[in-house]
Design a protein around this ligand. Sequence first.
Ligand SMILES: [Fe+2]
Length: 282
Amino acid sequence: MARVIGGLGTSHVPAIGGAIARHAQHEPYWSPFFDGFVPVCDWLKSERPDIVVIFYNDHGLNFFLDKMPTFAIGAAAEYRNQDEGWGLATSAPFLGDARLSWHLIEALVAQEFDIATCQDMLVDHAVTIPMSLMWGSELPRIRIVPIAINTVQHPLPSPARCLRLGQAVGRALADYEEDARIVIVGSGGLSHQLDGARAGYINKTFDLYCMQQLVDDPATLTEYSSLDLVELAGTQGVELLNWIAMRGALTGEVRKIHSNYHVPISNTATGILLLENPSDGL
Ligand SMILES: [Fe+2]
């Protein structure tokens, strides 16, 4: 049977991709962030996952404001990246796992999540940067299932809804018969706001509180609305919804393996949170 071995929350700022391309990981500006990723890479090397299920938000590459699903899942054999205008090199396509995708789609619809299904889906920096951070250019034959959450155009789904989405994904993965090791990724945040009167806004206290609650008691985060998250974490900090969904897909007690928090990178508070999932399942 499939087993969710852990979850990772990470920021996905495009500038991280630029730093990787320039081999700037050890520069003083970047090392507090990249050094924080070393334990994640070590854990991945020892745990050797087969599949990544990644909750993320699209930034206009695959969905635009004219057609914006609240939740969308990839069901493709591969996922291509394209130029988003950030000056980043286009990533090689990622392998998909259409069979697992359709298992998740069937299970999610049965659990009353009416999710858009995408048999052709471009993935942007919110997928490519976490994958680069986890495996660099030596990407093994990892398959991915991308699940996009709308954090861009209001109305946004609530933290409670995103936690329940993650829980539904976790239940579906526990029922999947393939003997696969799965890592869940939540890509986004942490607090940041790119424009408007509060451009540059960062809320370290709230970020650290969320990172702790994601370990101990994620249900407390469902007391907030998505607009509360915008107020507390910034207009783009609401990408925290992806971390909440990731945490929902983990079962039972979780163990924190590693965390790192650094401000700022490119006007963003960057966070890393690696959680190990228990082996006893649901
Ligand atoms: Fe983003």
